[in-house]
Design a protein around this ligand. Structure first.
Ligand SMILES: Cc1cc2nc3c(=O)[nH]c(=O)nc-3n(C[C@H](O)[C@H](O)[C@H](O)COP(=O)(O)OP(=O)(O)OC[C@H]3O[C@@H](n4cnc5c(N)ncnc54)[C@H](O)[C@@H]3O)c2cc1C
Length: 573
């Protein structure tokens, strides 16, 4: 609980106009895009106590210094469009929304980079660059509303990633405020604890683009990649320098197929033979749901590939010719210009099917393209009793970012809670097919070590220990944290244990009196005093249970709980 004095001091640091502890503000900043089961919300109680919207790096630095000194939890947030719990205030405290740091600081046309405030929305940045005949190499499909810093912190791939890689490949330099308030530039950090292992060269996209980037990224002194995908657990990103490219003509082409394996075969050949800017698919179930919400284009088949090529008209036409051959080899149909343009414009709106819910439970995992068919078959079998839509985007590494949507209804509290197993199973099935977690955030922090790689994770932990031992900056993200049950729940557990203990003893005395008298005669409940004594013992036992629960990492609880959720879902759904 933040004391009134701290609220006043924080408002002074940020400025009255950009700080609020009013309920109408704090409740807006206590969730992200994913609907959290109501019971989980009650248990974890991720409630922001104050919201700050800093306007300069200096304010961010002062805010962090104050919070560290007074041990107040602090959580960076872009626009809250992620769904992995990364932006949730797991321990309450101050949510720092970065959207007021939204300037385009400098466009460097000779080095082809742009420096922006981390809170700028992708859509706005793209518009400003287009005025200069330039653009970004890749952007998330949430670009109309998500921030540049948010995607850098969350990591991942998006539109353009088939050719230019994920966000990691776009970032050249960052300005980061460390938990102790120190401001650093990641491109030039020579201290030992910032060094990070060079990533392997998996890149299959535009080589010239990649070469430029790796020239910039001399990892001995460049710690940029340490902060990409670190979910705000290591520092708050205030400025981002991104690689940019000349604005080029883009032409989308949609094709459809009658079966999954034909579509997957075509995807593999397209990636092998051409260099698409964007390569994306939806399966027939997604198509059927789009039909239900009147958003499905008229196509020959229900398995749809959307592809976009970039370049001169001649380059694009050559690529489209190759694509047409591949599509006909797999008995598919190249759809009309109207359908292609419709699909391209829909790339920003994957959540149209939410209307079928009214809630949507998403889950995402990377799977190697060569294992996609097996993974999809496994998913269909595993979730045969569930309604789900599935889409995927192919990256430069030959991986598929597979996104599964489960339409659901969060108002059905028990059934919705039990359905949580699906998100975890989607990832676990992906891992079985040679995949890896898509993003980390809070819920899948158990995968952090394999996600970041052992050595890099050790470096991140080391840096966290050195700069934020108590974990006040975005705790529970990346580094799995304990449950931290809400006070209400702690008290409830104690009371239940206090009431249950004397009742159990009393019943035991009735049901098996001879055993009790022979072995533990002193435990009888037969008068108000003994009832009171056992009530107090129960309270202590309840306290011990809730303290023990408070030690368990959320990700461990989720792993242990998954089979029970799965079973419960069968019963309650
Ligand atoms: C319709 C839709 C489409 C999407 N498409 C994609 C996609 O194509 N690819 C993809 O990868 N994801 C996608 N996402 C997920 C999400 O939009 C992205 O991860 C997005 O980039 C997050 O940006 P944000 O500004 O909303 O960040 P938030 O959700 O607010 O934050 C994300 C994480 O970053 C941290 N953070 C935010 N800002 C900062 C900062 N300045 N410094 C340090 N830490 C910070 C937060 O604490 C949190 O851990 C999509 C989501 C939706 C709803």
């Amino acid at each position: 609980m933040i004391a009134k004095k701290d609220i006043r001091n924080l408002a002074d640091i940020v400025g009255e106009d950009y700080f609020s502890s009013e309920m109408f503000m704090t409740s807006l900043y206590s969730h992200d895009i994913a609907a959290l089961p109501g019971i989980v919300n009650d248990v974890l109680n991720p409630n922001a106590e104050a919201v700050a919207q800093p306007t300069t790096t200096e304010v961010v630095s002062n805010l962090l210094k104050y919070c560290k000194q007074h041990n107040l939890p602090i959580v960076p947030r872009g626009h809250g469009t992620s769904g992995y719990g990364g932006a949730l205030p797991a321990r309450g405290g101050v949510v720092v929304e970065m959207t007021r740091l939204n300037e385009v600081h400098h466009i460097d046309k000779s080095n082809m980079t742009v420096e922006v405030g981390s809170g700028i929305i992708w859509g706005k940045l793209i518009e400003e660059l287009e005025d200069e005949g330039l653009t970004v190499a890749a952007y998330p499909s949430s670009a109309p509303s998500s921030t540049v810093g948010g995607w850098v912190a969350a990591g991942g791939s998006g539109i353009g990633s088939t050719k230019y890689g994920g966000i990691a490949e776009q970032v050249v330099d960052l300005e980061v405020v460390l938990p102790d308030g120190e401001v650093i530039r990641t491109k030039d950090t020579s201290e030992e604890h910032f060094k990070i292992e060079t990533k392997g060269h998996f890149f299959r996209g535009d080589d010239s683009f990649f070469t430029d980037l790796s020239d910039n990224a001399v990892y001995d002194t460049d710690s940029t990649q340490l902060f990409v995908g670190s979910n705000g657990a290591l520092g708050i990103i205030t400025k981002v320098v991104l690689k940019i490219i000349p604005l080029r003509h883009i032409k989308p082409t949609t094709s459809s197929f009658r079966s999954q394996n034909l579509m997957v075969g075509a995807l593999q050949d397209i990636l092998e033979a051409t260099r698409p800017f964007y390569l994306h698919f939806i399966t027939d179930k997604f198509y059927d749901m789009l039909k239900e919400v009147n958003q499905a284009p008229p196509t020959m088949g229900g398995f749809i590939i959307s592809c976009a090529f970039e370049g001169t008209d001649d380059e694009i036409e050559t690529e489209i010719e190759k694509l047409k051959h591949i599509v006909s080899r797999y008995s598919g149909s190249v759809e009309s210009k109207e359908v292609s343009e419709h699909e391209w414009s829909e790339r920003f709106y994957p959540m149209r099917i939410k209307r079928l819910g009214p809630s949507l439970a998403p889950s995402e995992v990377y799977v190697p393209l060569e294992n996609l068919d097996g993974y999809l078959n496994h998913m269909n079998k595993h979730f045969r009793n569930e309604n789900f839509a599935l889409e995927g985007a192919i990256t430069d590494r030959g991986e598929v970012a597979v996104l599964t949507w489960f339409p659901d209804d969060e108002r059905r509290r028990i059934s919705f809670l039990m359905g949580w197993y699906r998100s975890l199973d989607v990832i676990n099935l992906g891992l079985k097919h040679g995949g890896r977690a898509y993003s980390i955030g809070m819920w899948n922090a158990a995968h952090s070590r394999s996600f970041y790689g052992k050595e890099n994770y050790a470096k991140m932990s080391d840096l966290k220990r050195k700069t934020d031992k108590k974990g006040y900056l975005n705790s529970h993200k990346v580094f799995a944290g304990p449950l931290v049950l809400s006070t209400r729940l702690n008290v409830l557990i104690m009371l239940i244990a206090g009431i249950v203990a004397p009742i159990v003893i009393w019943l035991a005395g009735i049901i098996v009196p001879s055993i009790i008298q022979a072995y533990v005669p002193w435990i009888f409940v037969n008068d108000p005093t003994s009832f009171l004594i056992w009530f107090i013992v129960g309270l202590f036992a309840g306290f011990a249970v809730s303290e023990f629960a408070n030690l368990l990492p959320i990700s461990v609880v989720l792993s242990i709980g998954t089979p029970f959720l799965r079973l419960g879902r069968r019963i309650f759904h």
